[in-house]
Design a protein around this ligand. Structure first.
Ligand SMILES: Cc1ncc(COP(=O)(O)O)c(C=O)c1O
Length: 394
């Protein structure tokens, strides 16, 4: 679908692809991720009022497909969109789902688990924080003893892919435990949705949040929560803790009007529609395999260069690695970042306490060829910088 006539810009007009090419940057930060040009151009649409039926139908189709991608069915699950980043989705779930007077058990083995605790505290929702070392997976038996010891806990929340480190948390096992104790199960799948298999039914998830700009490969600005309808209906009678980010109000408004309550990021939703189409065209299995192959290429290349990686490959998401600084006191992340940035590659600092590390992620419209190109450029830059303690020949 061609929406804009760029033929007036012959310098940039590409006759093969039928649209203006945009400089391709490879984002190795864990989202917002590299997008296809077709997703970028999907934002260029005639102006439309989001209160028009046409836009409501578009939004509805986006929600329906997001439910399907999560492994849900229309009868039992529904998707609620909010304008905002992933944190808005976390906020909406944490503030809306815990029943009054009850507690929420939050598993924290990284910055995003910690963020859920902070959100709960901000709304005076009593969190029970179960903290694990950032380089280790949460232990299911510890979750069980927390649930056994405190009957006031009504909900259990965990991050699927802890983007702080690249660990893939045992969501399925913890979901089983949560259900054994009859708790509401919440999963932050913000950096894993559409990038790693996670079936909302099989994993016993009641509320799953994600965002438009990570593995689904859309633009930043929309977050979404896929909800079990039965659990969602219970929220109707809970006191509202937020005006804007209230899950039930947003659901109810859409149900009655086919519109989002407040002005949505219109163009981002068009881009999300296109990103979903591209996901469906690629196929879930092919997307997982593309990411896995990029991760494997990256991990092998980085290890061969002599870097150490924080986590164990069997516990990783296949989407991101945390790399420890080499043993060279002169190693400078900022210089390395800036040189790579000039060449079109964006790398990302680490987030694990005082540990000196940086992160590389493979989510987005990139493949193992891009990763091989990155590794060549990276090696050359490290050689120019004369970084010691690696196995690259100087
Ligand atoms: C697991 C996880 N949760 C939450 C967030 C927060 O999302 P945002 O930065 O879009 O608010 C991120 C962001 O990277 C994330 O990776």
């Amino acid at each position: 679908m061609k929406m804009v006539d760029y033929k007036k810009c012959p310098k940039y007009w590409n006759r093969n692809t039928d649209f203006m090419e945009i400089k391709r940057n490879i984002l190795l930060n864990p989202g917002p991720a590299t997008t296809t040009d077709t997703v970028k151009y999907a934002q260029v649409v005639p102006d439309i009022c989001p209160r028009e039926k046409e836009f409501g139908l578009l939004t509805e189709s986006v929600c329906r497909d997001l439910v399907k991608i999560a492994g849900g069915d229309e009868e039992n699950y529904v998707c609620i969109l909010f304008g905002g980043s992933g944190t808005a989705g976390m906020d909406a779930v944490i503030n809306s789902v815990t029943p009054p007077g009850k507690k929420i058990l939050i598993i924290n083995n990284g910055a995003y688990g910690k963020r859920m605790v902070e959100i709960a505290k901000a709304y005076a929702v009593a969190p029970v924080e179960l903290t694990f070392d950032q380089a280790t997976l949460p232990r299911v038996k510890d979750v069980e003893s927390a649930l056994r010891n405190d009957p006031e806990i009504a909900c259990v929340a965990i991050v699927h892919h802890e983007t702080t480190t690249g660990l893939l948390n045992p969501v399925r096992e913890i979901g089983e435990m949560a259900k054994q104790y009859d708790k509401v199960f919440i999963v932050d799948a913000i950096s894993s949705f559409a990038g790693i298999p996670a079936d909302i039914k099989k994993y016993d998830i009641d509320f799953m949040m994600s965002t438009s700009n990570k593995c689904i490969q859309g633009m930043a600005g929309v977050c979404f929560v896929i909800c079990d309808k039965h659990e969602l209906e219970k929220l109707k009678d809970y006191p509202k803790r937020s005006f804007y980010l209230d899950l039930y109000s947003q659901y109810d408004f859409f149900l009655k009007s086919g519109q989002m309550q407040f002005t949505p990021p219109v163009q981002t939703i068009y881009a999300l529609r296109r990103a979903i189409d591209e996901f469906l065209q690629e196929g879930a299995e092919n997307r997982y395999e593309r990411y896995r192959k990029s991760w494997e290429t990256l991990r092998n290349g980085i290890t061969e260069m002599g870097f150490r990686i924080l986590t164990n490959p069997t516990e990783e998401s296949n989407l991101l690695i945390t790399i420890l600084y080499p043993e060279d006191p002169d190693f400078d992340f900022e210089i390395m970042h800036d040189r790579l940035y000039e060449k079109g590659f964006t790398i990302y600092p680490g987030k694990v306490g005082k540990l000196k590390s940086f992160r590389l992620a493979v989510l987005g419209a990139v493949d193992h060829h891009d990763i091989n190109n990155f590794l060549c450029v990276f090696k050359d830059i490290l050689k120019e910088m004369r970084v010691r303690g690696l196995t690259i020949e100087n």
